[in-house]
Design a protein around this ligand. Structure first.
Ligand code: SF4
Length: 383
C-alpha cells in the first residue's frame, strides 16, 4: 500500500479527507463532487472511517484537511467521528491544524460551534465574490451578505483561524468590481485569503452561459492588474503573501497546504483523493459509490499509483517549491535529492532570470511578482 512505503518520515504527515457532496453544482466547477444524497452520505462517512482505520500506523500527523465538495454539509457529529477515526489510527499532535472547507449557506452559529467542539480548528470559506451579481453568474447559492454573516458567526463560535477564497477574472468582471470584493474581504477580517483565477473548463456550464449572455473576460493585462492591485491592498491591510495565490496574517499560513508546496507527505481518504509519500503518488477511484463499495468489500480503493524516479521527484518538488514567495533553498534540495539544482536546470532557467521573472542569490531561487504572474511559463522547464 502506498501509505506504507519505505523510508523514515522527516516531518509529520498531513491527512486529506475528501467530502464529495454539494447542495448545488456551481456553473464553473470541475471538482470531484455530486449532489448530496442522504443514504450515500451515511455509507460514505462509514467507509472513510473504515478506510482510515485500515491505514492505522504509529506515525505523527499534524494537519487534517476536509476538502470537497462541501464538507460543511456533514453534521458536527459526522465530522467528530472522522476526526476520532484519525486520532485512533495515527499519532495526532496536540497542535494539529484541522481545516474544514465550508460554504456560507451551510452554516449558522450553532453548527459552527458544533464543528469547533468536534475538533475543527480552522475554517476555509468558499466565498468567491462579495458581489451578488457575480455570485449568481457563477451559480453560487449564497449571497455576499450571507458570506459576511458566516465569517462573523465563525468568530462568535470561537474560530480564531478563518480563511476566505475569492476568484478573480470572472466573466464580465472589471478590475474595479474585483477590487470591491478584495476590499470587502479585508473589511470582513479573515486571517488568511486565497485568490484564484477562474479557470474555464471546456465542458463547464459557465461556457454556455457566457456565450448566451455574451459575457467575456477582460484582457490578460487587466487580469495582471487584478492580481497586482489585490496583493498590494492585502499587504497594505497587514497580510503577507507567502504563495502565488495565498496571503496570511503572521502565523496563519495554511500548514496543511504548505505540505504540498514543501513536498512533505500526506495520506488521502475518500473518493478521488490524492496522496503522496516517499516519492509515491496515488489516487482513489473518483466515483463515490465505487469508493464505498470497494472499502465495504475490503478492497483497495486506489485507482492509480506510481513511484516517481529521483529526477521526477526533484522536478515536482521544485515546481511546487517555487510557488512559495520564499522560493527554494538550493542547499536543501541538493541534500535531499543529491543533485545540484543549478547544474541540472540552470541553462533552462537562465531566460527567466534574465527576464526578471526569477531571482537567484545566496539564499536560493524565488519568483518575482511578475514571475508569479507568468509562473506557468517559468515552471515549464520542470514539466
Ligand atoms: S461548492 Fe465547490 S465543489 Fe461544490 S459545486 Fe460549487 S465549486 Fe464545486
Amino acid at each position: 500500500m502506498p501509505a506504507r512505503a519505505e523510508g523514515a518520515e522527516t516531518t509529520p504527515l498531513g491527512l486529506y479527507l475528501h467530502i464529495p457532496f454539494c447542495s448545488a453544482i456551481c456553473h464553473y466547477c470541475n471538482f470531484n463532487r455530486g449532489l448530496i444524497d442522504e443514504p450515500l452520505r451515511a455509507a460514505y462517512v462509514d467507509a472513510v472511517c473504515t478506510h482510515i482505520g485500515r491505514e492505522a500506523e504509529p506515525v505523527a500527523v499534524d494537519t487534517i484537511y476536509f476538502g470537497g465538495g462541501t464538507p460543511s454539509l456533514l453534521s458536527p457529529v459526522e465530522i467528530a467521528r472522522l476526526i476520532d477515526a484519525c486520532r485512533s489510527a495515527f499519532v495526532l499532535s496536540a497542535e494539529t491544524e484541522i481545516t474544514m472547507e465550508a460554504n456560507p449557506e451551510t452554516v449558522d452559529v450553532q453548527r459552527l460551534r458544533g464543528f469547533r467542539e468536534s475538533g475543527v480548528t480552522r475554517l476555509s470559506f468558499g466565498v468567491q465574490s462579495f458581489r451578488d451579481d457575480e455570485l449568481k453568474r457563477l451559480g453560487r447559492v449564497h449571497t455576499a451578505a450571507r458570506a459576511r454573516a458566516a465569517i462573523d458567526e465563525a468568530r462568535t463560535a470561537g474560530f480564531d483561524n478563518v480563511s476566505v477564497d475569492l476568484m478573480m477574472w470572472l466573466p464580465g468582471q472589471s478590475v474595479a468590481q474585483w477590487l470591491e470584493s478584495v476590499d470587502a474581504l479585508i473589511a470582513a477580517g479573515p486571517d488568511h485569503a486565497s485568490l484564484y483565477l477562474l479557470e474555464l473548463y471546456p465542458n463547464a456550464p459557465l461556457q454556455e452561459v457566457m456565450a448566451r449572455e455574451q459575457w467575456s473576460r477582460t484582457p490578460d493585462d487587466d487580469a495582471a492588474d487584478m492580481y497586482e492591485d489585490a496583493m498590494a491592498r492585502l499587504e497594505g491591510a497587514g497580510f503577507r503573501q507567502y504563495e502565488i495565490s495565498n496571503v496570511a496574517r503572521t502565523g496563519r499560513e495554511s500548514r496543511h497546504n504548505l505540505k504540498y508546496w514543501r513536498d512533505s507527505g500526506w495520506l488521502a481518504f475518500g473518493c478521488g483523493a490524492h496522496g503522496s509519500r516517499h516519492g509515491r503518488r496515488w489516487r482513489h477511484v473518483a466515483e463515490t459509490r465505487a469508493y464505498v463499495d470497494r472499502v465495504a468489500a475490503g478492497a483497495d480503493p486506489i485507482a492509480q499509483s506510481r513511484t516517481l524516479d529521483r529526477e521526477t521527484q526533484l522536478a515536482e518538488a521544485l515546481f511546487m517549491g517555487l510557488r512559495l514567495v520564499d522560493g527554494i533553498a538550493e542547499d536543501t534540495y541538493r541534500a535531499r535529492f543529491d543533485q545540484d539544482v543549478w547544474s541540472r536546470y540552470g541553462i533552462a532557467l537562465s531566460p527567466a532570470l534574465e527576464a526578471g521573472l526569477l531571482i537567484r542569490d545566496d539564499e536560493g531561487m524565488r519568483l518575482t511578482r511578475r514571475g508569479m504572474l507568468l509562473a506557468n511559463e517559468v515552471m515549464r522547464v520542470f514539466v
